[in-house]
Design a protein around this ligand. Structure first.
Ligand SMILES: C[S@@+](CC[C@H](N)C(=O)[O-])C[C@H]1O[C@@H](n2cnc3c(N)ncnc32)[C@H](O)[C@@H]1O
Length: 356
């Protein structure tokens, strides 16, 4: 057989059918329906509330790709299908969690679709989702009740892993900063409260308020209410683009700025500074994701504008926001720690010591 022409290879490399069919199967729970006893396209379609004719096409295509196998026919001549070992991980109960990563309507699966508009990212540096919806990823997954159960599942998973080491060198936030003179901390975009709870447990004199968007803040509030720090931790629904709770001693910004352009990052820093007032400070604990590999860089950049700002770039943002660096904590490959202070209160220590 003649070797394929370069154009044929090119079209085959760029073809979207296989990934789209697998993601459609994940979204429509095809594997779950087959595992639960459906065998024909009609039975799968009925359970998936889909069209039988196109479900049949999907199942036949998945059989071609090796995720399903045809197991004969019914007396009426309908094809029967079953999962192969390659298709098994698409079941919701598979420990790999593959279906969650692949279904188009999950947080992870949905954000992967931004790769389809990589041209937009390469042209502008913006996440491709912005080209589609005009809104941020976080607004979408927090403003839509369809994602509330996913956040609840994440909260359950976080509870199951409670007590383990914190990700991305976040232990440094808890141990490397001098919390002794701090009474109130606001965790800005504090997610499900993992870091804030670790902080309050380690420093029993601290009180914490977590601010996050709706779906997340509600889960964090429920976690706090059932925890040993219930009397010192609160979670409030809010946006860091709106006024934040005033007057805390420290505004913690952990792993937030990577998701935002320079202009938005400066807005977030300014908002924290405004809430910090004349005596408060900001603890910027930004993460740096490894982007040396082009595949990793393209994936990350299609979803977030700045996955790995350098310390110098973070300090430049702080300067743009009118903040002074009053402490430099240990900078690991994954995490930077900077204390930032509005100018009128700068110089608590009278100098900028470099530690770590
Ligand atoms: C990458 S997570 C970081 C979570 C946490 N600070 C940490 O270090 O693990 C980003 C967080 O920012 C929150 N977020 C996004 N946009 C927000 C906004 N406008 N206002 C408040 N929180 C927001 C998200 O819901 C999410 O919890």
């Amino acid at each position: 057989m003649a070797d394929p022409q370069p154009y044929q290879q090119l079209l085959s490399l760029a073809d979207l059918l296989t990934p789209s069919a697998i993601r459609a199967a994940a979204t429509l729970r095809v594997a779950d329906h087959l595992a639960a006893g459906a065998t024909t396209a009609r039975e799968v379609a009925e359970r998936a509330q889909a069209r039988p004719d196109l479900t049949e096409a999907l199942l036949r295509q998945l059989a071609r790709t090796g995720l399903l196998t045809e197991t004969g026919g019914t007396p009426d001549g309908e094809r029967r299908f079953a999962l192969t070992p390659l298709g098994e991980p698409l079941r919701s109960d598979h420990p790999s969690g593959a279906r969650e990563a692949l279904r188009n309507d999950s947080m992870m699966g949905g954000s992967a679709l931004s790769l389809l508009r990589l041209d937009h990212t390469v042209r502008t540096g913006e996440p491709a989702l912005a080209a589609e919806s005009g809104g941020s990823y976080w607004e979408k997954v927090n403003g839509d009740a369809r994602y509330a159960e996913e956040w609840a599942a994440q909260a359950r998973a976080v509870d199951e892993n409670a007590g383990g080491p914190l990700h991305w060198d976040a232990d440094n936030i808890v141990t490397a900063y001098d919390w002794s003179g701090v009474r109130r901390v606001v965790d800005v975009g504090g997610h499900l409260g993992v870091i804030l709870m670790a902080l309050l447990r380690k420093h029993p004199h601290l009180h914490g308020t977590l601010v996050d968007l709706k779906n997340v803040a509600e889960q964090a509030a429920a976690r706090f209410a059932h925890s040993d720090v219930a009397d010192r931790a609160t979670a409030v629904v809010g946006s860091f683009f709106d006024p934040l709770p005033q007057g805390a001693d420290v505004y913690l910004i952990s792993a937030i700025l990577a998701d935002w352009s320079d202009d938005d990052a400066v807005r977030i820093l300014r908002g924290c500074a405004a809430a910090a007032g004349s005596h408060g400070r900001i603890l910027l604990a930004e993460v740096a994701m490894p982007t040396g590999d082009p595949a990793v860089e393209l994936r990350l950049r299609s979803m977030m504008p700045a996955p790995s700002r350098s310390v110098a770039e973070l300090e430049a943002l702080a300067a743009r926001a009118g903040l002074e660096v009053t402490w430099r904590g240990p900078a690991t490959a994954a995490r930077t720690l900077l204390e930032l202070t509005p100018p009128r209160t700068a110089g608590r220590a009278g100098e900028v010591p470099a530690r770590g």
